[in-house]
Design a binder for this molecule. Sequence first.
Ligand code: AGP
Length: 609
Amino acid sequence: MCGIVGYIGNRNSQPILLEGLKKLEYRGYDSAGVAVFTEQGLKIQKAKGRLAVLESQLVAAPLDGTIGIGHTRWATHGKPSDVNSHPHTDNSMKFSVVHNGIIENYMTLKEELTAKGHRFVSETDTEVISHLIADLYQGDIVRAVQQAVQRMTGAFALGVLTEYEPDRLVAVRLASPLIIGVGEGENFIGSDIPAILEYTRQVYILNDGEMAVLTRDGVELMTLEGNFISRELFHVDWDLITAEKAGFDHFMLKEIYEQPKAYKDTMGSRISPDGTRVVLPEVGMSAETIRGIRNVHIVACGTAYHAGLIGKSVIEKLARIPVETDVASEYRYRAPIITPETLVIVVSQSGETADTLAALREAKRCGARVLAITNVVGSSVAREADDVIVTWAGPEIAVASTKAYTSQLVAFYLFGLYLAQTLESQTTEYIREVIAALRLLPEQVEYLLGQSETVKEYAKHIAQHQSLFFIGRGMDYAVALEGSLKLKEISYIHSEAYAAGELKHGTLALIEEGIPVIALATQEALLEKTISNIKEVKARGGRVFGLALSGNEELGKAVDEVYTVPRTHPLLTAALSVVPLQLLAYYTSLARGNDVDKPRNLAKSVTVE
Ligand code: AGP
């Protein structure tokens, strides 16, 4: 997703903008650019491709000036190209805009402005904003931006400069994240905190419908209607080292190895010291409210949706409440039956995913109580939900989500147990058993991380293939979906995940000599059934890599290779079996020479619908 940075102060802005953009690279992008006030006026440099391309342009022709805006673009309207890159400007070249999000009515505005004589050079919706502001400008950039925003529909965050007022930088937030960094004699804007953390820890988090006017000496916050807002500064207490690679070759590998810590931190003090109960003070639901829950909807996208599939099994088994899991982009358009007795759980690592946020709002509009599971304190999802369970995974930078997913599983285990103890749907002995198994997970993950050699070897094998399958039953199927998504997104190998029993209803036709099939068989109650499905695959020439619980030797005999996972409580197997699949995706991507942390076409945080 696009990234925005901005600087106003007394230092040269170009290196600050470039450093800030580097910190936002994790969001995914296909082009980059900066606009800086120089002695010759407002100058723009932009280029398709990695930041290195822009950097080399700026080495050849530096932009010197103490005010500037920068942008990394993830294409929505118009292909990645130099001309479509941000910042955009108007025909007078006196205004410059960076934008994250989508302007839905940009075609209408474009036609209107074209009729007035404006000429457009790009295919983007953003260029329309710079022309619109220029058209409305009558000596006050704040007023012009406010009027322009009234005319625009969609979701966006903006950074705006004009040559007419070289001591002001204007920022706007409407449904796309934007923060303001406050320094001494200098101020910043950024799509995310890492962009400005090197310079200040004092931050304002803009809410939807708010704007900020930055000068060198101060920041004014106001609504889009111009009413001033007073707000406490937020002090950032984590450091950049946490967001750096710490000796690992890639963020993804670092984040896979951080999982034992993420599990421990997410459990934290949420388990009573005697190991008998889950304590969730952040969930403000009374016992009566919990007893009134008739059904649960879990809504999320991508990997978070896969965590939701496990959440469904866990809550249904522990609390005996019916649960539906939905892909967020489908949820609100299928007219779901949401009542005040529905608990809607939204799951989002970033807390800024547009589809998930829209689902949350729809749920609230229908009167449901919303619980968010998110990794980002202060994110939109966290702020708009009634209750929030934060997953303490720490910043996740790689586009492929790993530690955020497993921390979401831990959050579901905790919440499922919390419901069960409140509803008394399980015995205290059973709850104690699950909690004891939960506490063992971090060291079991450590063990799995020490067994990565088998996975590395297998990765070399599948890196040669163009297509493969994952199969599993029950919760293994949900993990198969996640393993398959992980492999697709970073190795670019076509793969499909199937419920093992479903294969024979059509997909078995695709099994031919040598095709790799990864079979998950950690659900002991379903082991024999899964083995029958594996035999169906073997009989058609499939080469099967099995994932079994230690001690299940029968599986070893049915497959070509086997990888064993330590035994745990049947509800918790996903938290272990996904780890070798994450490593498999990582090493396969590496073997194929791909950009592991920044896979093609993808963005870390998807803030458009
Ligand atoms: C995960 O590897 C993906 N990159 C993607 O599916 C992601 O989980 C999805 O976009 C949801 O993001 P969120 O958790 O930030 O809402």
